[in-house]
Write a protein that binds this ligand. Structure first.
Ligand SMILES: C[S@@+](CC[C@H](N)C(=O)[O-])C[C@H]1O[C@@H](n2cnc3c(N)ncnc32)[C@H](O)[C@@H]1O
Length: 243
């Protein structure tokens, strides 16, 4: 495990590599904001590297309710969720180190300890670093749509993802998704909706939206931007079907 706290708190110490190596097998090359000079994420940022720690190693003992956000960007959802729901531990897994560092710095400054950011490929982390049934929820807000045909394989919601999510989620666990991209929304609804492991739960979609900030669908940076542009946002809550 490669914690930044040792390197980031001292001004003379080297900053974490801008493009650290990722979870073995994960070829990720994401653009990211450059490391900011005020960033000091302390122990709230973990660089996963080729052999990232497991969720069990990352989450403090005592949090029965564990959630993951894949691709938190600048961290708005994790920040709101850790504030609104102190009983929940939220791990944000972000492929772009610069964003993860910014988000982790904000979390450190908040004084809350029920969250953490990890630089890694979220799909690979779910596959082999999360115990079966360990999660209450997985959040994916405004996943990169990769519109070019040759890049479609880079999307998060590919055909193998329902099985990956179903293994990591506990009974009645949820996958919450929001996107502005109509084509990708269709793919997500098809991939999750046609799988034997998930059912769409429209009551839950209404419930969490009414629950307000810090609950699922809490506004993220991309959502704010897209709403200002007048884009239509599609939001889905898929519940793991009891088996
Ligand atoms: C369009 S941005 C959305 C950020 C944030 N969710 C929001 O709504 O403001 C997508 C983010 O997902 C991250 N990302 C894409 N694929 C990922 C993966 N496989 N694992 C972790 N992060 C990923 C990108 O680096 C980027 O920060």
């Amino acid at each position: 495990m490669s914690l930044c706290s040792a390197t980031m708190s001292s001004p003379e110490a080297p900053r974490p590599a801008y493009n650290p190596r990722m979870h073995q097998g994960g070829k990720l090359s994401f653009r990211s904001r450059a490391q900011g000079h005020d960033d000091d994420p302390g122990e709230f940022l973990v660089l996963g590297g080729e052999n990232p720690p497991s969720l069990r190693e990352l989450a403090p003992v005592g949090h029965a309710h564990l959630e993951i956000e894949i691709g938190p960007g600048k961290g708005a959802f994790v920040l709101a969720a850790t504030e609104a729901r102190p009983e929940v531990f939220v791990l944000g897994i972000e492929a772009a180190p610069g964003y993860a560092s910014l988000a982790a710095t904000k979390l450190r400054q908040s004084g809350r300890t029920n969250g953490l950011f990890l630089v890694d490929n979220g799909k690979l982390f779910l596959q082999d670093r999360v115990d079966e049934g360990a999660l209450a929820a997985v959040h994916v807000y405004f996943p990169d749509p990769w519109p070019k045909r040759r890049h479609k394989g880079r999307r998060f919601f590919t055909d193998e993802v329902p099985a990956v999510l179903a293994r990591a989620l506990g009974r009645d666990g949820y996958c919450y998704v929001a996107t502005d991209n109509a084509a990708y929304a269709g793919q997500i609804a098809r991939v999750l909706g046609s799988s034997p492991w998930f059912v769409r739960d429209e009551h839950e979609e209404a419930r969490v939206q009414a629950a307000g900030p810090g609950h699922a669908f809490s506004p993220t940076n991309f959502e704010r931007k897209y709403l200002e542009e007048g884009r239509v946002i599609r939001r889905y809550a898929f519940r793991k079907a009891g088996r």
